[in-house]
Ligand binder design. Structure first.
Ligand code: NAP
Ligand code: ZN
Ligand code: ZN
Length: 349
């Protein structure tokens, strides 16, 4: 065991403070990564605040990690010292169940070890995330990062990227389809970039009129203001696929009404109960609502390679580690264009 510097939430809704993070010694299959950048996902805020009621403290958030390989175990094949590497939302799973065998470790039937606010496979050792200087992760849960991409803007791909890429792929989004992305934040702006790169006609559906020009710059063909009831009515029954990234419970009915016959809306944002859904709107015409969580490790590598091929990264604002509490407040206020990333070189000594 060795100790590294980090920041942790000591309890729900308390400010994050400096924290000494224990890391395990590098085992034969482990990769030791010096963290260079760590993205700030809205899930970090939800979990630090115990919005989902399952938080474990002290909590070191962060599951959008990129860095440089510092050491590798004797059996590691994919990485060598000096390589760039990424770690997302998971650091382990049982590897034997039906889901793990299908490379869907995020749906492990036994126990997914999430990168933070979780436990290792022993179900007792806490996991600590990327708001820290170093991490040690088993090779299967580390992805290769292309040197062609801007490293600091790569970090958000590890969660915001894969969470939007995976459902777009699973539901076969492509040319000839009309796709809407609901919510222009960290996930939403990646959803727009991916759906466009996959060849779909993309509409950004936003509550913020001020984000319209940006949505076009990110690749959207059209912008729909969800607060404009007339515009929403005019767009009724016109979408094949909607990717809904809204982080809180909200009225789904106006969005359901945008779907065509056999259209699907996939929820990736809201985890809490949703009231008031009108069953009839799902039946006439036949429509589907579904959910999706991040993506498996093989697909995360595929997404990284897709980004390298298409030159896709996140639009980010680099922030200092010590400003984390102010940055969380800005994220709460929807004051982000479109992902905050911590420069780990600013970690206080
Ligand atoms: P974010 O950067 O804060 O973006 C969320 C966007 O949703 C906002 O920019 C805003 O866009 C819109 N929005 C916010 N409040 C709204 C409201 N009350 N009604 C309608 N729209 C609203 O958040 P994020 O990091 O993208 O994360 C989004 C959600 O996904 C979070 O709940 C996070 O926990 C979850 N998540 C899920 C997974 C998964 O595996 N399923 C993975 C990562 C994150 P406009 O201004 O354009 O309206
Ligand atoms: Zn996330
Ligand atoms: Zn499993």
């Amino acid at each position: 065991m060795f100790e590294v510097r980090g920041f942790a939430a000591p309890q729900a809704k308390a400010p994050l403070v400096p924290f000494t993070v224990p890391r395990r010694d590098v085992g034969p299959h482990d990769v030791h990564i010096e963290i260079l950048y760590s993205g700030i996902c809205h899930s970090d805020l939800h979990q630090a605040h115990n919005d989902w009621g399952n938080s474990i403290y002290p909590m070191v958030p962060g599951h959008e990690i990129v860095g440089r390989v510092k050491a590798v175990g004797s059996a590691v094949k994919k990485f060598k010292v000096g390589d760039y590497a990424g770690v997302g939302c998971m650091v382990d799973s049982c590897r034997e169940c039906e889901s793990c065998k299908r490379d869907l470790e995020q749906y492990c039937l036994n126990h997914t070890s999430f990168t933070y606010n979780g436990t290792e496979q022993d179900r007792s050792t806490p996991t600590y995330g990327g708001y820290s200087t170093d991490v040690v992760v088993e090779e299967r849960f580390v992805v290769k990062v292309s040197e062609k991409l801007d490293l600091k803007a790569v970090a958000p791909l590890l969660c915001a990227g894969i969470t939007t890429y995976s459902p777009l792929r699973h539901w076969n989004v492509g040319p000839g389809q009309k796709v809407g992305v609901v919510g222009l934040g960290g996930l939403g702006h990646m959803g727009v970039k991916f759906a466009k790169a996959m060849g779909a006609h993309v509409t950004m559906i936003t509550t913020s009129a001020s984000k319209g020009a940006d949505a076009k710059r990110l690749g959207a063909d059209a912008v729909l203001l969800s607060t404009d009831a007339e515009a929403m009515k005019a767009a009724a029954a016109s979408f094949d696929f909607l990717l809904n990234t809204v982080p809180v419970s909200h009225d789904l009915n106006p969005y359901i009404n945008l779907l065509k016959l056999d259209g699907t809306m996939v929820l990736v944002g809201v985890l809490t109960p949703i009231d008031g859904m009108i069953g009839g709107a799902l039946m006439l015409p036949r429509r589907t609502i579904a959910g999706s969580a991040i993506g498996g490790m093989a697909e995360t590598q595929e997404m990284m390679d897709f980004c390298a091929e298409h030159g896709i990264v996140s639009d980010i604002e680099l922030v200092d580690m010590a400003s984390i509490n102010e940055t969380f407040v800005r994220l709460t206020k929807n004051d982000v264009r479109y992902r905050f990333v911590i420069d780990m070189a600013t970690m206080p000594g």
